[in-house]
Design a protein around this ligand. Sequence first.
Ligand code: AKG
Ligand code: FE2
Length: 290
Amino acid sequence: MHLTPAQIESFHEKGYLAVEGILGPEDLQPVEDEYARLIDERARQLQAQGKLKDLHADQPFLRRLALLAAQAPEIAGNLDIMQARGPATFNFLKNPKILDLAESFVGGEIVCNPIQHIRATMPHRQTGTQPTPWHQDIGVCWPDVDPYFMLTVWIPLVDATVENGCLEVLPDSHRHGLKRHASTPHGLEVPAEERPAIEPMPIPVHRGGAILFHNYTLHHARPNVSDQVRWSFDLRYHDVYQPTGRPFYPAFLFRSRQRPAALETDYGAWCRRWEFALEASKGAKFYRWS
Ligand SMILES: O=C(O)CCC(=O)C(=O)O
Ligand SMILES: [Fe+2]
């Protein structure tokens, strides 16, 4: 689906755009199945090690994951895209429907930025998990990308609601420049006194939809007060000539209108480059903030 000129203008005006009905089960189910298999394998291993009593195998996946994590939190560790490195997840990153969205903003030479996550946000009541604090995505990048535009695509794998921890943005905040970020136990945060006085806007979005952000837009997640996991992808795309903001991690050219021969869409190469980078970057400085 290509966006309308009015949608593109609204994004530039407000710093974000919510879009519904982008992806279908054919796009989302392979990733969900991949993670369900991974969690099932881990659950059986943890049970064999005596760390997990109940497998909750009869529960739907998201409720199951919450129940398993309550018994053995390590089950939800190292699940991120570059750690789990599943082939369905790799395919998802280069899904043409997502690249079409990105092309409206970054042009036809599209790099998939290495700052990318799948997040399984646990129910707050059960695990005390704190939501992602107020921040700008530019704030987690090295300063060499400050002059450039980067698009964040946030894709929930469930209906994201006010109850289960959807995102909130400060509309127009992308016009207010880089704010100081402080380190907190839950991630980098722009402290309240640094944030522009703008009313936060919650953005519920259905499974199949997405929220697009400007890299300077202030946003955070609401607490997940439901009893299920709220899980989502946040992916970033930009033009090929730009720095990525995390130079010790690999970036991949996933669409090229000008040089299709230069595409980097091989799953094996993606795995190898991530394995190498995760090892070689141990101890690297991720953030500009002290
Ligand atoms: O999903 C979250 O909790 C945070 C997402 C986020 O900060 C982003 O998409 O940039
Ligand atoms: Fe973010």
